[in-house]
Design a protein around this ligand. Structure first.
Ligand code: NAP
Length: 302
C-alpha cells in the first residue's frame, strides 16, 4: 500500500487564496484590511529569513504590513513601550515579535505584554485558556497545531471517535494539538493520548493510533511497525541531518528529515505528510488566517 501524500504546499495555496478573497471582500464592504506588525530585534539570519517570508506572504494577501526592525541593544523598557504603541494602534490587528530575543530581554514579559486580542501567534496565557475552554471562546489557535488540524480535515480524514496519539508535549505543538482534538465539534471529537520521554510503551500507544501526530524533534523516531495500517500520519519534526548542494541554486542547503521513517511508513499508512513540504508551510499560512480573524473580531463579523 502506498499512502496518499498530504501536501502542505497545496493546502497552503488553497487557504491563502481563501484569505485573499476574504480580504478583498472586507476591503470593499468595510474599507479596512488586516494590519500585521512584525517586530524584529537584531540581525539573527534565521529570524531575518522567517520575517521576510511572513512579510512576503502578508503583502501578497493585501495586508497592511508594518515591518519594525529594532537594534540588538534595544532595552526591555523600550520594547515594552513599542508593544504598547501597537496595542493601541487601531490599524494593527496582529502583533508578532520574532523569537529569539537578545538575552537581556525577558521573552515571557514581552509576549505577555501583547494585547491578547492581537496575539495572532496564540501564545498569550489568555489565548491558551481560551483554547482550553474551546468552542466560541477560541480566538487564535496557535499556528502549527491549527495547520495540523486543517491538514487532517482538508484531506478528508475522519476525526470523530478517532484514536489520536500525539508524540510530544511541548507548549507550541503537542499540548495544543491534543487539546484541540478533544474538543466537542467538527474536526475534533477525538480520543487523545499524549506520549513523551517518560511513556512506558511508546510503540504500543502509536500502534493504536488512527491519527498519529509526531512532534518530538528526533529524526526517524517512529518506526514503520509502530504505524497502524491505513492510519493518518502527521510528521511535524524538522531535523537538520546534514548539508547538500542545491541543484537549483548551487548553494549549500540543509538536508531535512522528519520524526518518522517516511519511506517505510508510506507503505503502511493511509495518508502521510512529507518533510519538507508537509506541516512546515502551514504555520505562516495560519498566522495570516489568525490576523484576518482578528480584524473580523474587531468588525464583529467573526
Ligand atoms: P520540543 O519542545 O523539544 O518538545 C519535544 C517533545 O517530544 C517533548 O515533549 C519530549 O518529551 C518529546 N520527545 C522527545 N524525544 C522523545 C522520545 N524519544 N520519545 C518520546 N517523546 C520524545 O519540540 P517542539 O518545539 O514541540 O518541536 C518538535 C519538532 O517539531 C521539532 O523537530 C521542531 O523543529 C518541529 N516543529 C516544526 C514546526 C513547523 O513545521 N512549522 C513548528 C514547530 C516545531 P519530554 O517532554 O518528556 O522531554
Amino acid at each position: 500500500m502506498t499512502a496518499k501524500l498530504i501536501k502542505g504546499t497545496e493546502i497552503r495555496e488553497k487557504i491563502l487564496n481563501e484569505v485573499e478573497e476574504e480580504v478583498k471582500k472586507i476591503k470593499e464592504e468595510h474599507g479596512v484590511v488586516p494590519g500585521l506588525v512584525t517586530i524584529l530585534v537584531g540581525e539573527n539570519p534565521a529570524s531575518i529569513s522567517y520575517v521576510t517570508l511572513k512579510i512576503k506572504t502578508a503583502d501578497r494577501l493585501g495586508f497592511n504590513e508594518v515591518q519594525d526592525n529594532q537594534p540588538e541593544d534595544i532595552s526591555e523598557e523600550e520594547l515594552l513601550a513599542l508593544i504598547d504603541k501597537y496595542n493601541k494602534d487601531d490599524a494593527i490587528h496582529g502583533i508578532l515579535v520574532q523569537l529569539p530575543l537578545p538575552k537581556h530581554i525577558d521573552e515571557k514579559k514581552i509576549l505577555n505584554a501583547i494585547d491578547p486580542d492581537k496575539d495572532v501567534d496564540g501564545f498569550h496565557p489568555v489565548n491558551v485558556g481560551r483554547l482550553m475552554i474551546g468552542g466560541s471562546e477560541v480566538r487564535f489557535p496557535p499556528c502549527t497545531p491549527a495547520g495540523i488540524q486543517e491538514m487532517i480535515v482538508r484531506s478528508g480524514v475522519e476525526t470523530e471517535g478517532a484514536e489520536v496519539v500525539v508524540v510530544g508535549r511541548s507548549n507550541i505543538v503537542g499540548k495544543p494539538i491534543a487539546n484541540m482534538m478533544i474538543q466537542k465539534g467538527p474536526g475534533a471529537n477525538s480520543t487523545v493520548t499524549v506520549v513523551h520521554t517518560r511513556t512506558k510503551d511508546l510503540a504500543g500507544h502509536c500502534k493504536r493510533a488512527d491519527i498519529l501526530v509526531v512532534a518530538a524533534g528526533v529524526p526517524g523516531l517512529v518506526k514503520p511497525e509502530w504505524i497502524k495500517p491505513g492510519a493518518c500520519v502527521i510528521d511535524v519534526g524538522v531535523n537538520r541531518v546534514g548539508e547538500k548542494i542545491s541543484e537549483k541554486t548551487g548553494k549549500k542547503v540543509a538536508i531535512l528529515k522528519g520524526d518518522v521513517d517516511f519511506d517505510a511508513a508510506k507503505e503502511i499508512a493511509g495518508s502521510i505528510t512529507p518533510v519538507p513540504g508537509g506541516v512546515g508551510p502551514m504555520t505562516i499560512t495560519m498566522l495570516m488566517k489568525n490576523t484576518l480573524k482578528s480584524l473580523k473580531f474587531r468588525l464583529g463579523i467573526a
